[in-house]
Design a protein around this ligand. Sequence first.
Ligand SMILES: [Zn+2]
Length: 534
Amino acid sequence: MSSVQLYDTTLRDGAQREGVSFSVVDKLNITQKLDELGIDFIEGGMPGSNPKDIEFFDKAKNLTLSHAVLVAFGSTRRPKTKAETDTNLLALTSAGVKVATIVGKASDLQVTRVLETTLEENLNMIADSIHYLKAKGLTVFLDAEHFFDGFKTNPDYSLRCLTTAAEAGVSCLVLCDTNGGTLPNEITAAIEAAQKLTTVPLAIHTHNDVEMAVANTLAAVNAGVTQVQGTINGYGERCGNANLCSVIPALKLKMGIDCVTDEQLAKLTEVSHYVSEAANLIPDAHLPFVGTSAFGHKAGLHVSGLAKWADSYQHIDPAQVGNRQRAVVSELSGRGNIIYKATELGIDLPSQGKETQKLLEQIKWLESRGFQYENAEASFELLLYRAKPDYQPTFELVDYMVVVEKKRRPPTRENLEELLSEAMLKVRVGTEVMHTAAEGNGPVNALDQALRKALLQFYPSLAAVKLVDYKVRILEESIGTESQVRVLIESSDGVEQWTTVGSSTNIIEASWLALADSVEYWLLKHKENEQRAV
Ligand SMILES: [Zn+2]
């Protein structure tokens, strides 16, 4: 099947998601990642309405992109004005890009009720704006806003918007399901109607309000559109946009369309996590293809099936999208899962051996003490590594002391700051004992700072690791403050994400155990990578 162009709008439509705000540096870094992934067009933002985006386009001139073309986004001229004096269009011409996408209304009700102009004037706005940008040497895509909704109420008018743009010399007609409420069969019917009237290449831009964004995108490709638009992780306003992390593998692996190379596809999970990191959002573990649970198996039967035949319970080989199969460990899953997990990590544990029995007993004991490994795979892996007789920890705790000082005063805005937390820590690295102290904005933060201070001298790359989430759960409410506390810490180095667990009757100790596991796990993996690279 012929190829399909990939158009990413994470930096414009994706940034419309509540709580997301990319800095200029984030946007530049994401652009680079999207280029590596094999995206054809990267929509960088709206230079006409956002000073940050002007700065982005200015700095993006210094990027060396191997494949992707940068696109600036704007809108058609305003009603009853001239294109050459429209500041928005002017900004597009000075953004330093070769392609501009402009949004124009393609629904009669949107024109009369929202834009409050005549249907004729809207067509003039589309034609004038395209003529103007083309005369300035730009390739122009028209974002036909509300096309599918307009097609339901007045199909003739929506199609006239497309033919008007085609006559004005547009290079691509982007059919938008702006409100995200259209179903796949309706998408197909509207595209077929458009194809009868124009030979200009068509693109699809969908939103996920009825959870059809990806399905609608694939239906559109089946109907013959040659460009798909979407965002990484489906970020976008309301329920989001079409998720390119699903669209891309579906096109390539399910529909046989070579939109990216095998090597580029294998970067998908990394790019997904990178973008969630930049957006300061915790990656959704249950996202298809790229989520950490997408190929995770908990039930004992599944895991024993997987041990016999890798594809018995998965729809693709996870390595194709840069993800991996994972056995989820829980109390219920027993010996089979543990052996499977150990093999996955390259640790030799004979299924009937003494070590395995010892490990099983230890895990049972730890679980009875409130540790739970189902969501803390990194801590579980460490248990397996530590069971190896030749395991050398990267550091060992000698002791720590944490002080929290509160002055007796009623809290006010000013003196709240005065609650002081300080940690003193001794750790052994090889034969050396490091003694450090650090303050923090809480006891756990102070411990974290002190540990880093001690270890950064030995492992400078540890600076990339940060704590992204911290969860505390009280396990037995009835015993009051004596109850067991479980702490889950999620950490990231900007590429990978891992979770560790600690449990104790003392919240500081539970936090320390999770924190120390997090650091030890990363150092262990990092050391392995270095060895592999040699
Ligand atoms: Zn949109």
